[in-house]
Design a binder for this molecule. Sequence first.
Ligand SMILES: O=P(O)(O)OC[C@H]1O[C@H](OP(=O)(O)OP(=O)(O)O)[C@H](O)[C@@H]1O
Ligand SMILES: O=C(O)c1cc(=O)[nH]c(=O)[nH]1
Length: 217
Amino acid sequence: MTLLAHQREFITFALEHQVLRFGDFTLKSGRRSPYFFNAGQFDTGATLAGLGRFYAAAIEASGTGADMLFGPAYKGIPLVAATAVQLFEAHGRDLPWAFNRKEAKDHGEGGSIVGRPLAGRVLLVDDVITAGTAVREAVGIVRDAGAELAGIVVAIDRQERGQGELSAIGEVERDLGVTVTAIVTLDQVVQHLRETGLHAEHLPALETYRATYATGS
Ligand SMILES: O=P(O)(O)OC[C@H]1O[C@H](OP(=O)(O)OP(=O)(O)O)[C@H](O)[C@@H]1O
Ligand SMILES: O=C(O)c1cc(=O)[nH]c(=O)[nH]1
């Protein structure tokens, strides 16, 4: 497997800012994981700008055409904002963007979508796909608004089983008919750790976890 320079840079960036951490974490799916990617740790202007640049570059490289961006609450919100800024700053693409509230508001402007109303081909921007539940919920919001899903971009594909035996991303691509783009995959993180010797003490737990939840596809 080849790791591109920007993927190594991204892993280094996530490790440096303790966004990628090792320990014992309970996930949304209920799985217990020896590592966690916490996008909330990109907690300064500079790191959020850096993160947005990685997302924008991944979107440009994927060739996914979209009319607008959507970031699902909560962690998708700063991600979509940072990505929209960097798509414009670094690539000259000025796309409308929106996010949702988890609970609809019945005063003021009301509703659950903030920003540009969802319409046309919408690219979903989120942090992580584990079992795929969160992105399916978000896709439901896009489709309920009468918009079309153009694709999905995440920072990390944990390469775990979804609801059946396929990978969560494989199931999402099959069921929704779109491409999921990840800046990096778990395999690439593991390869980078092996090659650099960084966090070598955590590799056995990562391997055991992978053997439990990984799929061949
Ligand atoms: O693929 P899945 O198994 O669904 O898990 C991954 C998702 O779960 C978490 O979001 P959460 O719903 O906790 O929302 P948050 O953005 O408010 O943290 C995480 O931020 C991912 O988006
Ligand atoms: O599956 C999750 O809940 C999850 C995994 C992960 O690495 N990061 C995160 O924010 N959520």
